[in-house]
Design a binder for this molecule. Structure first.
Ligand code: HEM
Ligand code: MG
Length: 233
């Protein structure tokens, strides 16, 4: 069907966001990952994930426009521009300083993959623990990592997003298998039983899941950059 998963071809643009790459692999975004505008992004979030057009994601899409010299569109790979949205200490990508902040990396993904041992789901508690574990690992791997309030805010939001779109958006509980397929294959695990959320994912659901993650984590800024809310480059 029109929204069948297809691996990207050599000329298709993909980026550091598994959520948007997956939408492109299923043609909710153009399969070539190019000529993306804010309304194209907002409509794809809705049709693919039942994520409502909320301000926080509209702002993310607008920041996407700042990652390119194009006037009113961007490509998925532009999103890897370090410091606009892309940040250090990702769940599944190396830091910019380590060489490849764009492609899925199985070694980096180990912390999330192996979290919440003994059960077959991830939740807000495990997501909070993974954020801290990644920071501890990354402080050794990249002593110059940037870890300000901005990066922490974005990282918590991204964790809330993978739990919400792959799992129960009200509770933040997501089957491990779905989350793993989402990150590794950038595929909707339809054959495995995943369904688009029946609950619209909006500020209420995301704020709840985010605050539960935040409650399950501790965080302190580190490094020399203290609070650069946006670094344009
Ligand atoms: C990263 C999911 C929407 C741009 C991420 C990550 C997740 C995620 C889980 C973390 C990847 C990691 O740490 O390895 C989603 C979902 C979305 C969504 C489920 C929609 C429902 C967006 C939008 C934008 C965006 C609208 C902006 C156009 C990015 C960027 C990163 C990212 C630039 C890289 C950050 C980094 O890890 O360094 N996304 N995202 N995402 N997302 Fe999205
Ligand atoms: Mg990153």
């Amino acid at each position: 069907s029109a929204h069948q998963w297809q691996a990207p071809g050599a000329n298709d643009s993909r980026g550091p966001c598994p959520g948007l790459n997956t939408l492109a692999n299923h043609a909710f975004l153009p399969r070539n990952g190019s000529n993306l505008t804010v309304p194209i992004i907002m409509r794809a979030l809705e049709s693919g994930y039942n994520v409502q057009p909320i301000d926080i994601l509209r702002v993310a899409a607008k920041l996407g426009l700042l990652t390119t010299d194009e006037e009113e569109s961007f490509q998925l790979q532009n999103l890897a521009l370090h410091g606009t949205i892309e940040h250090d200490t990702s769940l599944s990508r190396q830091d910019f300083a380590q060489g490849d902040n764009l492609h899925f990396n199985e070694t980096i993904f180990t912390a999330l993959n192996n979290s919440n041992p003994g059960v077959d789901y991830y939740n807000t508690t495990s997501a909070g623990q993974v954020l801290i574990q990644r920071l501890e690992e990354d402080k050794i791997a990249n002593p110059n990592l940037i870890n300000t309030a901005k990066e922490f805010f974005v990282r918590v939001g991204e964790s809330a997003l993978y739990l919400s779109v792959m799992g129960n958006a009200t509770t933040g509980v997501a089957p491990k298998q779905f989350v793993q397929i989402f990150f590794r294959e950038e595929r909707l695990p339809l054959a495995e039983g995943w369904k688009r959320s029946e609950v619209p994912i909006n500020d209420d659901t995301l704020d709840f899941v985010s605050s539960e993650i935040r409650n399950a984590t501790t965080w302190a800024p580190s490094g020399s950059v203290i609070c650069p809310w946006n670094r344009l480059q």
